[in-house]
Design a binder for this molecule. Structure first.
Ligand code: FES
Ligand code: FES
Length: 169
């Protein structure tokens, strides 16, 4: 029996040590918001957070993870979809078909945690996710909108008291 902490809860499941994290999330835990695109770390559709860092879960074997590490998927990014990045995505209607977007949002939320005001060069370097629908311009615009929200939150002690997950109240 393997164990992982996913979205703040300890989970137990049966899986071989070389099983990619993506398949544990989707097949064992039913967290299907994380998508399979390429399977070879190229497209980013499978992006989740491990201890706050963006990780392409299709190429992360279970054996590479410790039970104490915190895995967060799109389902656990915020309460009620209120993370600053999710709000910016809604505001600008970023998704087209939507398939790539959970991975895109997870990659962007990890970037903004490290760099609350990313430059275009920062975005180009970090957000290498592929969108077959070509939503790149809206993604970039929404990152700028989300960055304003993240920055507001960081200077607002009241928000920090109310939320712990990046949500904006
Ligand atoms: S499915 Fe993991 S990077 Fe494409
Ligand atoms: S919105 Fe369709 S692949 Fe990105």
């Amino acid at each position: 029996m393997a164990k992982l902490n996913v979205n703040g809860e300890e989970q137990e499941f049966n899986a071989a040590p070389d099983t990619p994290l993506l398949w544990v999330l989707r097949e064992q835990l039913g967290l299907t918001g994380t998508k399979y695109g390429c399977g070879v770390a190229q497209c980013g559709a499978c992006t989740v957070h491990v201890d706050g860092a963006a990780v392409r879960s299709c190429v992360m074997p279970l054996r590479a993870l410790k039970e104490t590490q915190q895995v967060v998927t799109i389902e656990g990014l915020s309460r009620n979809g209120t993370h600053a990045v999710q709000r910016a995505w809604q505001l600008l209607d970023v998704p087209q078909c939507g398939f790539c977007q959970s991975g895109m949002i997870m990659a962007v939320s990890a970037l903004l945690k490290d760099k609350p005001n990313p430059t275009d060069a920062d975005i180009d370097a970090s957000i290498t996710n592929i969108c077959r629908c070509g939503t790149y311009n809206r993604v970039r615009a929404a990152i700028k909108v989300a960055a304003q929200g993240v920055t507001r939150r960081r200077v607002s002690a009241a928000d920090d008291l109310q939320t712990t997950d990046g949500s904006l109240s």
